[in-house]
Ligand binder design. Structure first.
Ligand code: ZN
Ligand code: ZN
Length: 411
């Protein structure tokens, strides 16, 4: 305390409130507040001044904060009032402080040192947080607050930054006509034009909208974002155990969603188009995991054979692809939006499921990112080796389904 006093004595020329006098020494010890520490320091300073025959070091109006801490109850009331706009279980307070005040604080640090100092913002956050807790009885959460109330201390204005709700599930897409995510019209970029029939969209609906638009009213929210573990082509169905996804609901008023009944509602309303299962609450971390995952996929592909080949030959060729690598140049159909690259992809297996003269059904498992249609037809030699080439007759894809996402990373 002796050293602290020596440092504090250097602040005597400034009129400081107890908070601002104590705060440069906030981290000297625990179990007390800045205000209390400031009051103690003032007594010690005044003992010293008395010894030296000086007037006491008194306080009228704080040079640093302009008595901002007297307004803490007012800030807290403004926060509590604003928080009534949403349903929440926990919160955190943040503050915006006039840069002039922060500059004065730094000036004080240059006098008394900043080794043990706490910034004014963090004291304000804490003091307002305590006062809000007293009013609302909701807990402060430092790690994952459902809402951050941002107080602009100049105007006692409060803004809410509401954490999104994340919902994990797996979806099946039973339609070959809809994309996974909402797709703005290419012509008008979403504004609405004759090309899109003034919908602003390339497709009437999507997996994202089928699921998200049902959740929105329950959350009293306006916007959703969709994070899929990869995506299938629009004309491919997504079957089997479904594809993992997380849907993110921004700015929810309500977050205690009844996911079981939402799941039921999606499955009833979106029949023949989208099915979901295993809906549960998720996190931003899981979104990251889902975006980074590279699961193997299992496909069923219906193929037309343009020429003569027998079943034995198809079986034999299928087997030669087991545990092999193919090299794929970026397909013609996506080359307008992706860089022209050569990539090696692993084929785990190819199995002939059904064969009829000029039609066949194959089941195959491949590494993440394999272009399966191109593997079948060869893409003008851009995929090597490919099925058509190995069979010696051209093959085309009639229909493709994803029948399994082999996600071993799920926790
Ligand atoms: Zn002050
Ligand atoms: Zn349009």
């Amino acid at each position: 305390m002796k050293e602290v006093l020596e440092q504090a004595l250097k602040a005597q020329d400034k009129d400081l409130c107890d908070h601002c006098l104590g705060r440069p020494f906030a981290h000297v010890g625990t179990g007390t507040t800045n205000e209390h520490r400031g009051a103690e320091l003032r007594l010690l300073i005044n003992d010293r001044r008395a010894e030296e025959g000086l007037e006491p070091y008194t306080h009228q109006r704080c040079w640093l904060c302009d008595e901002m801490f007297e307004q803490v109850p007012r800030f807290a009331e403004a926060v509590a009032l604003k928080l009534q706009e949403i349903k929440y279980d926990n919160f955190l307070v943040g503050t915006r402080v006039d840069p002039v005040v922060q500059a004065r604080e730094e000036e004080l640090w240059s006098l008394v040192g900043q080794e043990f100092a706490e910034p004014i913002k963090s004291e304000l956050n804490r003091e307002i947080g305590k006062a809000v807790f007293a009013i609302t009885d909701k807990d402060v959460d430092f790690k994952n607050p459902q809402v951050v109330a941002l107080v602009d201390t100049r105007f006692a204005h409060v803004e809410l930054d509401v954490a999104p709700v994340f919902v994990y599930g797996r979806y099946r897409k039973l339609s070959r006509e809809i994309p996974q995510t909402k797709w703005p019209c290419r012509v008008c970029q979403g504004k609405g034009c004759p090309r899109c029939d003034h919908t602003g969209k390339m497709y009437q609906t999507s997996v994202q909208e089928q699921i998200g638009d049902i959740i929105l009213p329950y959350a009293n929210a306006k916007e959703h974002f969709f994070h899929g573990m990869g995506r299938e082509d629009i004309d491919a169905r997504m079957l089997g155990n479904g594809r993992p996804f997380v849907i993110e609901i921004s700015n929810p008023v309500f977050r205690a969603l009844d996911l079981a009944s939402i799941e039921k509602e999606v499955n009833e309303k979106c029949k023949d188009m989208v099915e979901v299962e295993g809906l549960r609450f998720s996190t931003r971390e899981e979104v990251r995991r889902i975006k980074e995952a590279t699961p193997e996929k299992e496909y069923r592909v219906q193929v037309t054979i343009h020429g003569k080949v027998n079943k034995g030959k198809v079986d034999e060729v299928s087997r030669t692809f087991n545990r092999t690598c193919i090299v794929q140049r970026t397909p013609v159909r996506v080359s307008h939006r992706r860089a022209d690259l050569k990539r090696e992809r692993h084929i785990v297996y190819v199995v002939l499921e059904d064969f009829q003269e000029d039609k066949m059904t194959l089941r195959l498992r491949t590494e993440s990112g394999t272009y399966v249609k191109e593997f079948v037809h060869g893409d003008e030699g851009r995929t090597e080796p490919n099925l058509s080439e190995m069979l010696g007759v051209p093959c085309t894809v009639d229909a493709l389904d994803v029948i399994g996402i082999i996600d071993n990373s799920e926790v």
